[in-house]
Design a protein. Structure first.
Lengths: 255, 102
């Protein structure tokens, strides 16, 4: 997968830099924007929880211990709607099932001993995975994953706390159009991978399957069903034509 | 929400996240499996884009959000900066809502 940010390639610069700070300003700004947008959503999470009658510790503990926006909102809405807490937890887990393959996809970023694995695993979220997959260079992958994940964690929790404090005073973030930010961010990050035809077919097939299943299945499952789209690239192998292993440059971000 | 339910969700979520990073070193998957895993991640991300842009709950999300993502998406495909694409998406959706398009 190629970087979304092409400053380096365009300028052809190759100055030596410290391994950790393999992030240029453009990339940092992009991360900052994503983190900011998610922070606002975090504010609304805290506000919706307390104005729905939940005690303050509920959104605070959820944001730090669960740290997965979609699952947190799903679980919260089920409880606010009168559902059983256990059912809310299960619905959240189904939504988070996608984190399992995501964890495998970024495992190379977390191969520096168990403390990094322990801590880094908690930072596996859609955005940090998408940013990491958009980079090919291992140092940049590592830097972008940790920076995005850690910044998101801090701002998501700060946002939640702010929302808890503000309570009902917080308006609806949808009025600001912020619900368009999350799909847009993920789209921009995944686009370079789609330049490879095999990946594009698998992804489009998967997306179509997920959309078709959405009216009928509980949240989270349609996205998992999209994995059936993988058959579009997995099948041709035995014939031996093309893509075998494919370790060369391509859409893979050496998972 | 009970503390038990939150811990169940948190613990389960952590296990899902940590399985890959802690198992990958031991299994040493082949290059093809690693390629398939990264394609799987791209497929899941795309499905997330499609469902979160177009649907809300079990139904259509309304026109404002998909229109915003489409506007930003066109910019992104034309290699506009990331920032511009996201700002245009959000601004388009907000403007449409301001005009009364849900």
């Amino acid at each position: 997968m190629r970087s979304v940010w092409r400053t380096e390639a365009r300028r052809g610069l190759a100055w030596p830099r410290p391994v950790f700070y393999a992030l240029d300003r453009r990339l940092l700004r992009a991360i900052g924007l994503v983190v900011l947008a998610d922070g606002v959503v975090g504010v609304s999470f805290g506000a919706i929880a307390v104005s729905g009658g939940q005690p303050a510790w509920v959104p605070l503990v959820m944001s730090s211990a669960v740290f997965a926006g979609g699952a947190q909102f799903a679980a919260l809405y089920i409880v606010l709607g009168g559902g059983a807490p256990a059912a809310a937890a299960l619905a959240g887990l189904v939504l988070n099932a996608r984190l399992l393959p995501f964890g495998f996809a970024v495992a190379d970023v977390l191969d520096r001993g168990w403390p990094a694995r322990l801590l880094g695993s908690h930072l596996v979220v859609d955005e940090s995975v998408a940013f990491a997959l958009a980079e090919r260079d291992p140092a940049r992958r590592r830097a972008v994953f940790w920076t995005c994940g850690a910044a998101l964690f801090v701002v998501w929790n700060l946002g939640t706390a702010l929302g808890v404090l503000a309570g009902r005073a917080v308006g609806n973030p949808d009025a600001l159009g912020l619900d368009a930010a999350s799909p847009m961010v993920l789209l921009a990050l995944v686009l370079p991978a789609l330049r490879e035809p095999a990946v594009r077919w698998a992804a489009l097939t998967g997306a179509a399957i997920a959309l078709a299943a959405t009216p009928f299945l509980p949240g989270g499952l349609p996205v998992l069903l999209a994995l059936a789209g993988l058959a579009a690239v997995a099948m041709p192998l035995p014939g031996g034509r093309g893509r075998r292993g494919r370790p060369k440059a391509g859409a893979e971000g050496q998972a | 929400m009970t503390i038990f339910a939150i811990l169940l969700l948190a613990g389960g979520t952590y296990a899902l996240r940590a399985a890959g990073p802690s198992l990958a070193g031991r299994i040493a998957p082949s290059a093809r499996v690693r390629w398939l895993l990264s394609v799987a991640a791209a497929v899941l991300l795309c499905a997330l884009v499609a469902t979160s842009a177009l649907t809300s709950g079990h139904g259509f999300a309304g026109w404002a959000r998909p229109a915003g993502v489409l506007a930003g998406g066109v910019l992104a495909v034309r290699r506009a900066p990331f920032l511009a694409a996201v700002v245009v998406a959000v601004a388009t959706t907000a403007t449409l809502r301001l005009l009364g398009v849900s």
